[in-house]
Design a binder for this molecule. Structure first.
Ligand code: BG6
Ligand code: MG
Length: 215
């Protein structure tokens, strides 16, 4: 029986996945690295440093020192933070707040598990920080998705067995992490990319909580 729903943030609650993409594209442009939306799928859900590693690998020839890599990650993050500083509640995806309210009404716990170290600031800007029974962000774990650590930590803080949790994710790496944690999953986006999830819906707000009974 599902007793907790654990939400990813970027691309599930709000379109910050777009802002990550814009900031990474800008960095790739400055470095002369070709970078498409398709390439960006591989950066979704993983940590900032792993994302940068993947992006730099697309450039093939050039190598970077550790301090250059740190500086590049910091630069991307400055651009990303400029976007999120301007965000407000109107950017929450349609139907998300209603879905969270409906889940709570059914007595289901609601958690947030995001690889982003900016997650606490994002949910604060959106005014939804108090909606979650637990919040786990990228700064609280050692291993980012597809490792299950972040979801296992969320479940343990909620005091719910991982088998009774369902994860909402827009990233293939996030669905991999949910499966590795022994949890059910709902993919948000295309079934071509997220076909390994139990259920796939185009938008988070399209999910019908009645479906939880089938999981
Ligand atoms: C994930 C995003 O939620 O957080 C990734 O899907 C991002 O694209 C990662 O790289 C890390 O985010 P941040 O804010 O810590 O750089
Ligand atoms: Mg995401």
């Amino acid at each position: 029986m599902i007793r907790a729903c654990i939400f990813d943030l970027d691309g599930v609650i709000v379109d910050t996945a777009r802002y990550h993409f814009l900031a990474w594209s800008r960095l790739a442009g400055e470095l002369g690295i070709p970078f498409t939306e398709r390439d960006n799928e591989r950066l979704k859900g993983v940590s900032r440093m792993r994302s940068l590693e993947i992006l730099l690998s697309l450039g093939k020839n050039k190598t970077y020192s550790d301090s250059e890599i740190e500086a590049l990650a910091a630069r991307k993050n400055e651009w990303f933070v400029e976007y999120i500083d301007r965000m407000d509640r109107s950017e929450i995806f349609p139907g998300v707040e209603k879905l969270i309210a409906d889940l709570k009404h059914r007595g289901i716990l609601v958690g947030l598990a995001s690889s982003s170290k900016n997650a606490p600031q994002v949910i604060q800007s959106l005014g939804i920080a108090d909606e979650f029974d637990v919040v786990v962000d990228g700064g609280m774990v050692k291993h980012a998705k597809p490792d299950p650590e972040i979801f296992l930590l969320a479940a343990s803080l909620l005091k719910i067995s991982s088998h009774d949790c369902v994860v909402f994710e827009d990233a293939a790496a996030g669905i991999d992490a949910a499966i590795a944690a022994g949890m059910k999953s709902v993919g948000i986006g295309s079934s071509e990319l997220l076909g390994h999830a139990n259920i796939v819906v185009s938008r988070t707000g399209d999910f019908d909580p009645e479906e939880l009974k089938k999981l």
